[in-house]
Design a protein around this ligand. Structure first.
Ligand SMILES: [Zn+2]
Length: 362
């Protein structure tokens, strides 16, 4: 059963250490993590990870050699370099998302257990590294592959990629995003790489080292170690600071993941529509600005009025500002007449399968 300060996605017992106003943000962050895991499972199929072709060149390869080759070596051997490169980049996409999500998941679990320094350390790699490589693939896969296969390994060292270049990689990726979002290259760069106080970098440094001296913004105070001597007030401050950023970053990681996965197969138009609406609802949680919700509430209410009467009292279920987040993230609505909590399949209710033909996207 959910309360006013949560979405009902995560059991209350697990949320007890998180300050109440931040619980909804945390649950929404987990929601996007779970969506990304589902997308990854859907795309991790042999038919999407293979190339079909006919080639007379195969006959020239001795059978025992052929048996020992993987697909990428084989494609290169017979001169299909573009296919080999494409296959390898697709494998990079799946691996970068899978690896990143493992860190994100554990970061979110640590966050709810109150292990803030551990959580920050776990979130650092996927948000600074996995994301940037995925962004690079989305924006310019040829350039990514050139660096990926270069003997000069420094070309792939995130710390050696100039800040202007990192910002350009982010910019190129967000212009190709598969779904809407409140993203700007400057804001994303600042949040992930800036050493100023209004960013994750000072917190990531403090979480990773007991004593930090490189920058005035995260110099350790005398008679202190970073984070481990933090008072309860300081811990609450950190929770407050990172609560919205965690949701923002995980939502962005999801958007980048599904955009990169489109290399393997186009997304369904209904999925894009659904993702756009979820992103808009989550954005209102991050920014507190809810003017964009009216159109979503209107659209959802139209569907509930047509197809979802309350199974207990038969009255129409209408969506309000208060429960729109529950509608999307935990797929529940509360009947205003009898107060029953109704579970429903949002995807089915909004007939998103049909969006395929409505929007004429193949
Ligand atoms: Zn009812």
């Amino acid at each position: 059963m959910k309360g006013n300060s949560d979405l009902g996605i995560i059991p209350k017992d697990r949320l007890r250490r998180i300050p109440e106003p931040l619980r909804v943000l945390h649950e929404a962050a987990f929601f996007f993590h779970d969506l990304a895991v589902s997308a990854l499972k859907e795309y991790d199929r042999p038919d999407l990870r293979s190339v079909a072709f006919k080639s007379k060149a195969l006959a020239a390869i001795p059978p025992e050699e052929l048996k020992a080759m993987d697909g990428i070596d084989l494609l290169r051997r017979i001169g299909r370099d573009a296919d080999a490169r494409n296959l390898m980049i697709n494998e990079c996409v799946l691996a970068l998302i899978s690896d990143g999500l493992q860190f994100v998941c554990e970061a979110l679990f640590s966050y709810e257990k109150g292990k803030i320094a551990v959580s920050l350390n776990l979130l650092r790699k996927p948000m600074k590294e996995n994301l940037l490589y995925l962004e690079w693939i989305i924006g310019n896969d040829k350039e990514f592959f050139q660096a990926f296969s270069s003997l000069d390994r420094l070309e792939m060292n995130i710390g050696r990629i100039r800040p202007e270049k990192r910002k350009a990689i982010i910019h190129d990726a967000i212009t190709r995003l598969a779904c809407l979002g409140p993203y700007s290259a400057d804001a994303l760069y600042s949040l992930r790489y800036d050493k100023s106080n209004a960013a994750m970098e000072p917190l990531w440094h403090k979480a990773a080292h007991l004593v930090t001296t490189q920058n005035a913004n995260f110099t350790t105070e005398p008679e202190n170690f970073n984070m481990i001597f933090a008072s309860e007030d300081v811990r609450q401050d950190i929770y407050g600071t990172i609560g919205k950023w965690y949701l923002f970053l995980v939502m962005y990681f999801y958007s980048i993941s599904i955009t990169a996965l489109e290399r393997l197969h186009p997304l369904h138009a209904g999925t894009i529509f659904y993702n756009d609406m979820c992103s808009m609802v989550a954005t209102t949680l991050v920014t507190g600005e809810d003017s964009a919700l009216n159109s979503i509430i209107g659209e959802l209410t139209e569907f509930t009025n047509q197809h979802l009467p309350c199974p207990r009292c038969g009255k129409n279920l209408s969506v309000t500002d208060e429960d729109v987040a529950c509608s999307f993230f935990s797929r529940t609505l509360t009947c205003s007449a009898c107060k029953s909590e109704i579970e429903f399949d949002l995807y089915e209710l909004m007939q998103l399968e049909k969006r395929h033909s409505d929007l004429n996207i193949s």
